[in-house]
Design a protein. Structure first.
Length: 408
């Protein structure tokens, strides 16, 4: 308990204070007299001891003051404190009685002129750029006609429905593996990073889409976290980042092998239109036939030219005609072989497409179970309860049923 402050200089020695008592009185008067304050200044001499507290000097052009941000408050900061950074701090002024030194005890802190998220984004972007995570040399190409597509996103948003629609319209036989995650909120970044690692290590997919629909900077922040960036960088399969809208830019966009403006654009990027491929094969066949015919005509013209200069036109003509017939036969055989190979390859691809056609699976007696409430696919009986309504898709037709009993 501190002794009362002595105002009368003539009071006797019985009222003399110790240094500790004087410091305690000063501290109490500062804390009760000033209360909570907002202070703007520049950071210098920032230190990060093992305790987790952050010690720094807060200064302006004329003055400076020692300051501390205790661990419980430092852990909530979105950005890292650096020398020279302009900040605005909320806290109180106190006296560190051990040394009799004034000190500012910060509780909240914002970068002056910029939000905390903007500063955190710029700091992480700069650090990862220096580490080489954005280098173009490490970007992996997209596979041609991937057989299995992995998607890391939320099942609740419109993004996953848009991607499935595009994939189904272009190549309905493609297999899609969805790893559902939370795409915002506490812990979502770690969940997304873990999903990326699981899909990559599964060996099931040829390409991966990671993303979500649009939102605010806070909504998209999980894709600006270091955990997600490092998981994408370490993945062996090519990754397409599809976060938000075209104007939204995240750290994931810089790290990913490819960036799509929207989730819909990502699905269009990895799978071309099947009709367009068929048309392209036909175009190549027509070009081959025209090229062969042109070469034959040029050969004939050359032979006619030389035949006119021969002493015995009939003899030279017969030899030229035989050579022309031989060349014509060889060229046409090459043309037919090329067309046959293209047809065989197209037939092989069509057979592979049919082998993984989900309708073929349904025709063998299987069915797909959906919740009536939200349309989600049910893969585990434990997700159902007695009385739930489910919808069954068969090879031909659909049925709505009620769950009478669940056996796990």
């Amino acid at each position: 308990m501190s002794r009362p402050f002595v105002r009368d200089p003539d009071a006797g020695p019985s009222s003399v204070l110790t240094v500790s008592e004087l410091n305690e009185i000063i501290r109490d008067r500062l804390e009760t007299g000033l209360g909570a304050l907002w202070v703007a200044g520049e950071l210098s001499n920032v230190r990060f001891p093992p305790s987790g507290h952050v010690y720094f000097t807060l200064k302006d052009a004329q003055s400076q003051m020692s300051a501390v941000l205790f661990r419980r408050h430092a852990e909530s900061l979105r950005f890292r404190l650096e020398d020279g950074m302009e900040v605005v701090c909320s806290g109180r002024v106190g006296l560190y009685t051990v040394r009799g030194a004034l000190q500012f005890y910060a509780v909240e802190m914002e970068a002056r002129g910029k939000g905390a998220l903007t500063v955190a984004f710029e700091q992480l972007k700069k650090r990862l750029l220096q580490e080489g995570l954005f280098d173009q040399e490490r970007k992996k190409p997209l596979p041609f006609l991937p057989r299995t597509v992995g998607i890391v996103t939320s099942l609740r948003g419109a993004a996953v429905r848009d991607m499935l629609r595009i994939i189904g319209d272009r190549f309905p036989d493609r297999r899609v593996v969805i790893r559902p995650v939370r795409v915002q909120g506490p812990g979502s970044a770690e969940e997304i990073a873990q999903a990326i690692r699981e899909l990559d290590e599964s060996g099931m997919i040829d390409v991966m889409i990671v993303g979500r629909g649009g939102g605010s900077l806070e909504d998209l922040w999980a894709f600006n976290e270091e955990a997600v960036a490092r998981a994408m960088h370490a993945a062996a399969v090519p990754i397409v980042s599809a976060v938000g809208h075209e104007i939204d830019v995240t750290i994931a966009d810089f790290v990913a092998d490819w960036r799509a403006a929207t989730p819909t654009a990502a699905a269009e990027m990895i799978l071309p239109e099947k009709s367009g491929l068929v048309e392209h094969v036909g175009l190549l066949a027509r070009r081959l036939r025209r090229g062969t015919a042109g070469r034959l005509e040029r050969r004939r013209e050359s032979l006619r030219h030389w035949a006119g200069r021969l002493a015995d036109p009939s003899r030279g003509l017969r030899q030229g005609q035989m050579r022309l017939d031989d060349l014509s036969l060889r060229l046409w055989r090459r043309q037919e072989d090329s067309v046959a190979r293209l047809r065989e390859r197209l037939g092989h691809l069509a057979g592979r497409l049919e082998s993984v056609n989900p309708l073929a699976v349904l025709r063998r007696g299987y069915s797909i179970v959906y919740r009536v409430s939200d349309g989600s696919i049910v893969t585990d009986a434990s997700a159902l309860r007695q009385g739930n309504q489910v919808k069954l898709d068969f090879a031909a037709g659909r049925a709505v049923c009620r769950v009478e009993e669940v056996e796990e």
